[in-house]
Write a protein that binds this ligand. Structure first.
Ligand SMILES: Nc1ncnc2c1ncn2[C@@H]1O[C@H](COP(=O)(O)OP(=O)(O)OP(=O)(O)O)[C@@H](O)[C@H]1O
Length: 267
């Protein structure tokens, strides 16, 4: 079918010449790259490079002053903000976005309902269909809880759990809306050595087993280089490199951005 062919040929995410200004600061300066369906794409860069700003543009939290972002061939800017939850882009945040006084299961269920809701009137009057939607959401929440090995803490309040476990709850919540694209904002931050090792496997499982495309912002180089199919490097809002992890790791601009001029000259 022509439609399927179009869908298959196009990147899932197309970012073209995106520029974001905050007063005199140019946080993103004409950034362009694509993320193919099924890819794990790492986004790296020193502090202030523009990584979170790009994520916020993808979540429609920020408005870009010029450029274009297309998701499945559709310009993001043309979609009303309230339609974003159902669009197919899920995300986690640097500072966890969870309901801390609710249980793990309740948090994941909220993620499930952000995609499939039965409607206010339907819910209020318990019209047919509500029970089925609720049963489906519960089944999906339990499946995700098992996938993220959160079964033993499913009924615990989030605030009582260790930070690494809370991060997995946030991942479950983000996956609950069944996104096609998952934006992970520094998932390794604050994790211990053991949790870091299993995070790499988990990100690969999310792509391989759940067929979710991943865009990963991360400072932890061995993680991002270990799991990514391709890496995009930003510095001062500009894209300075794009390629395989091996290509980006040895790119002179990337080495300069991380080590500074003096060190590269003496290295
Ligand atoms: N809401 C905002 N208002 C003003 N300036 C902002 C805002 N958000 C980001 N900036 C600025 O834009 C630039 C890019 O910041 P951004 O947070 O996107 O970088 P980053 O690569 O995510 O950094 P980090 O790795 O430290 O999180 C910085 O100079 C930052 O101070």
């Amino acid at each position: 079918m022509a439609q399927d062919r179009d869908r298959g040929d196009k990147p899932l995410l197309h970012i073209e010449g995106v520029t974001v200004r905050f007063g005199g600061i140019v946080a993103l300066d004409g950034v362009s790259f694509d993320v193919a369906r099924g890819q794990i794409c790492g986004l790296i860069g020193p502090n202030g490079a523009g990584k979170s700003t790009l994520f916020n543009c993808l979540s429609r939290l920020y408005t870009f002053s010029s450029g274009r972002i297309e998701f499945e061939g559709q310009p993001l800017a043309s979609l009303p903000r309230h339609k974003m939850a159902g669009l197919g882009i899920g995300r986690t945040f640097q500072n966890l976005a969870l309901f801390r006084t609710m249980t793990v299961l309740e948090n994941v269920l909220i993620g499930c309902h952000s995609k499939h809701h039965a409607g206010f009137l339907r819910n209020a009057f318990r019209l047919p269909g509500v029970a089925r939607v609720e049963a489906d959401a519960l089944a999906r929440a339990h499946e995700l809880i098992a996938f993220l090995e959160l079964g033993p803490v499913a009924d615990r309040t989030v605030a009582d759990l260790p930070f690494g476990t809370q991060k997995r709850v946030e991942l479950a919540r983000a996956l609950a809306s069944e996104p096609q694209l998952l934006l992970l904002d520094e998932p390794a931050c604050g994790l211990n050595h053991e949790e870091l090792e299993s995070l790499g496997t988990l990100i690969l499982d999310i792509r391989n087993r759940r067929k979710v495309t991943v865009l990963l912002v991360e400072h932890h180089m061995s993680l991002v280089m270990g799991v990514s199919d391709k890496v995009v490097a930003l510095n001062f809002g500009k894209k300075i490199a794009e390629g395989t992890p091996a290509e980006v790791r040895r790119h002179p601009e990337v080495i300069r951005a991380y080590l500074g001029e003096d060190e590269t000259e003496t290295a």
